[in-house]
Design a protein around this ligand. Sequence first.
Ligand SMILES: NC(=O)c1ccc[n+]([C@@H]2O[C@H](COP(=O)([O-])OP(=O)(O)OC[C@H]3O[C@@H](n4cnc5c(N)ncnc54)[C@H](OP(=O)(O)O)[C@@H]3O)[C@@H](O)[C@H]2O)c1
Length: 233
Amino acid sequence: MATVKDKAVVITGGRRGLGAALVDEVLARGARTVYSTARTAYPDERPQVVTHPLDVRSAESVAALAELAGDAEIVFNNAGVLLPGELLTGRFEDIADTFDVNVYGPLRVARAFAPILAANGGGALVNMLSVLSWMTGSGAYGASKAAAWSVTNSLRDDLAGQHTQVVGVHAGFIDTDMVSGFAAPKTTPAEVARRIVDGLEAGAREVLVDDVSVAAKAALSGPVENLTFALPH
Ligand SMILES: NC(=O)c1ccc[n+]([C@@H]2O[C@H](COP(=O)([O-])OP(=O)(O)OC[C@H]3O[C@@H](n4cnc5c(N)ncnc54)[C@H](OP(=O)(O)O)[C@@H]3O)[C@@H](O)[C@H]2O)c1
């Protein structure tokens, strides 16, 4: 069970969207230091916040973050992309990039920070997944989140010996830039961040942020037709 108070926390993609809300949430709960990243350098005037450029597609960039954040005790793999990724007709480069950011990116971060978390007492690794880990309808994005779910589950076993709590987070629409083009009910990033950190601090291994995520997981035991998700336009 990882409490946030007085901890050093890494949040990838913390400049905006859900990541920015996670930065606010862990600061409100007394985090000692928050390492927050974006692909380009940016300022944050809050004394506990250390910003750093990070591209999760680059092992060197991830290694540089790990070098900086050697005191990390909790790592949020939040950064992600939603690119046009129709599996049969989309650009293959976009499909590959989706997997590079959403699957290999968090894995690179996990590999770089696993020894750091071990050295600092175990701590926690939180991976931001999606309801689309389980539902069809979003091409490469959903496929990448399904793969990231599997990676998360395996990492939970791999890191159990060093007492690292591994949390998979599934959510439907969150009101961020990523889904600004979709007119659908959305949860605020602040509310999602609160539910994620509540789960983390309660010792959860999985956080189902909203009803749609609860329903999607339950539907896995039913017919495959029930796993179809139609994105609104
Ligand atoms: N919004 C939703 O409805 C929703 C639902 C379920 C799950 N999620 C997941 O929640 C997470 C946060 O998404 P969001 O809604 O906050 O999206 P967002 O507003 O589009 O923000 C995406 C974040 O990821 C970072 N990022 C993108 N590519 C990166 C790369 N190559 N290297 C490092 N950082 C990169 C961005 O950093 P920059 O500042 O440099 O652009 C930004 O901080 C993602 O994993 C997403 O898949 C979102």
